[in-house]
Design a protein around this ligand. Sequence first.
Ligand code: ADE
Length: 268
Amino acid sequence: MQGGFGRLFFCLFRRTCPVTTTAIVSALHEELAAVLALMPDEQQQVVGGRTFWRGHLHGHDVVAVLSGIGKVAAATTATVLVERFGVQRIVFTGVAGGLAPGVRVGDVVVAQRFLQHDMDASPIFPRHEVPGYGRASFDADAALTAQLARASERVLRALPSQLGPEVLNAFELQTPRCHQGLLISGDRFVSTTAESQALREALPEALAVEMEGAAFAQVCHDYGVPLAVVRTISDRADDAAHVDFPRFLREVASRYSGAIIDALLTQR
Ligand code: ADE
């Protein structure tokens, strides 16, 4: 599209059909690699010490980035995505530790709500309430979350049989399920049965625990940007939480995330 006529047509098209830029945020290098492998034309830009990858994925304008680990790193990444890259929606993929009884390794949790389990300004504010907001939890975007849940369910039906019997047996992945509900975040990798039990008692509705989702949710609430988060369950946040973690990331989680993003962006 070199000529003046082509450029004029392109400008008119962009004005009448404004492009929605989608941020694809991965918690792990392995997941980001799976997303970048789907992008034919990505170009990198470094902002705030983070590498952002701009390009296209199935015709969608996309910015892909690692979230960083923990709530502060996640909040900075979310803010840069909105302020500098002008993204209009954010989709986050990662792993989490299962908390609720039926949430098993290999299942997927699509968040409907987010809460910081380590937020505690009591007795000045009720435990878990975020001061200044009058609330403890933030919602995911309902429409984007419904799309992400559909994409996740599609992947869960197809992918386990492609992982191979050795991986399936190692992680007991025969019948993975997709759960929707409360996801909790805090600046701790929860790796003892005592701590996960304490979280279950304090927050009985929580399905799973991770370290970034609620920070993204608060920033997205501040800017009015739709957010959807999917987490593959990598462990049960108990005394065995660390044992198979690297292998799970490599052989299962990154393949789930790549396939879920692929399914989301090809959905009609
Ligand atoms: N991400 C994956 N597993 C986790 C756990 N057990 N605690 C916090 N974040 C996690």
